[in-house]
Design a binder for this molecule. Sequence first.
Ligand SMILES: CC(C)(COP(=O)(O)OP(=O)(O)OC[C@H]1O[C@@H](n2cnc3c(N)ncnc32)[C@H](O)[C@@H]1OP(=O)(O)O)[C@@H](O)C(=O)NCCC(=O)NCCS
Length: 132
Amino acid sequence: MRRTLIEVLGESLYTMDWLERRVRYHLDPLQCTGQIFLSVLPSGERLGYTIVRREEATLGLFSTTYVEPEWRRRGVAQALLQRGQEWMRELGLARAATYTAEANTRLHQLYLNNGYALFPSQNGFVKLIKEL
Ligand SMILES: CC(C)(COP(=O)(O)OP(=O)(O)OC[C@H]1O[C@@H](n2cnc3c(N)ncnc32)[C@H](O)[C@@H]1OP(=O)(O)O)[C@@H](O)C(=O)NCCC(=O)NCCS
């Protein structure tokens, strides 16, 4: 999460303590219906991850996605997006969405390729959303 924030927004914004609590929040069923999907090689090397959660009754949210720089443009984020969408469909969610910076055209393209529509949001962010 920290590296995503630094890369996308230019600064972390949050302390490591806050970020660790945020990760644990997504894995605590008492607080959140969420999941973290990791892309991992058989050797154990981590290539990337995505964090998802149920945001509203029928909306699934991709909270964060990050792929290690040396593993980019090899379909890792695409695979994570598909896995996250499967998880949302299994929960019976009707729509999937994510928010990112207006300038994050790499992520826009990934979601646009997967049938999402892009809308302006607040504070320099856009929302990408589609029916599942
Ligand atoms: C955005 C990010 C997750 C993409 O991960 P990735 O594994 O390289 O993406 P994929 O290889 O699965 O690419 C899927 C599609 O996304 C788009 N895309 C990915 N990187 C791109 C780039 N540098 N330029 C243009 N399009 C790009 C393309 O449409 C690509 O399909 P293609 O390779 O067939 O053209 C990765 O660059 C990253 O971790 N960035 C920093 C963190 C971030 O921005 N996170 C999202 C904000 S929450």
